[in-house]
Design a protein around this ligand. Sequence first.
Ligand code: ZN
Ligand code: ZN
Length: 203
Amino acid sequence: MILETRAVEPFLKNGYVLGCEETREGVLVDPGDEVEELLEAVRAHDLQIRYILLTHAHLDHITGVKRAREVLQAPVGLHEADNFLYRAIVQQGMAFGLRVEAQPPVDFFYDGDGPLQFGRYRVWIRHTPGHCPGGVCLEVGREDQRERVLIVGDTLFAGSIGRTDLPGGDTATLLRSIRSVLLTFPDETMVYSGHGRPTTVGH
Ligand SMILES: [Zn+2]
Ligand SMILES: [Zn+2]
């Protein structure tokens, strides 16, 4: 699988480009301030983006949605429980002393587990609330193989877990999500977080 990560100041939040090496179809995950870098990676790999998928709706993960949607002409997906955060992006910015632009409404809410498809790959949407109510983990893998990678947003990091002091956050819920969803995958499963370097389920 093609997997590219980009991050820029001030949040150093990871945006991802995932692509099928056979069909050149892909998905874009969490476009934020690094959206131009992500679009450059899409062009470099000559990918046709099927979906723009959001792990959750904190502002660092969504400030590039409008630009990505304009350029890629792909539908934007979010868990419905985070729509209140998505719609409040301008107020989220104010809380950090930042002026940010409103974003276009999302195109669809995640409906059950999916899967969505890009080329030979599938994306299953796993609801992992706790960091925020509509946080999800994207479980990604080839249709004909058991190996998976997890795009976990801010639920889990290399050596720590997501904060739960923002609106809608809850520590007990977060720990339950980590145990009941993420830790059910094999130890060698790669975990790609919303900030920082990748880790594994075993670690
Ligand atoms: Zn977050
Ligand atoms: Zn974040």
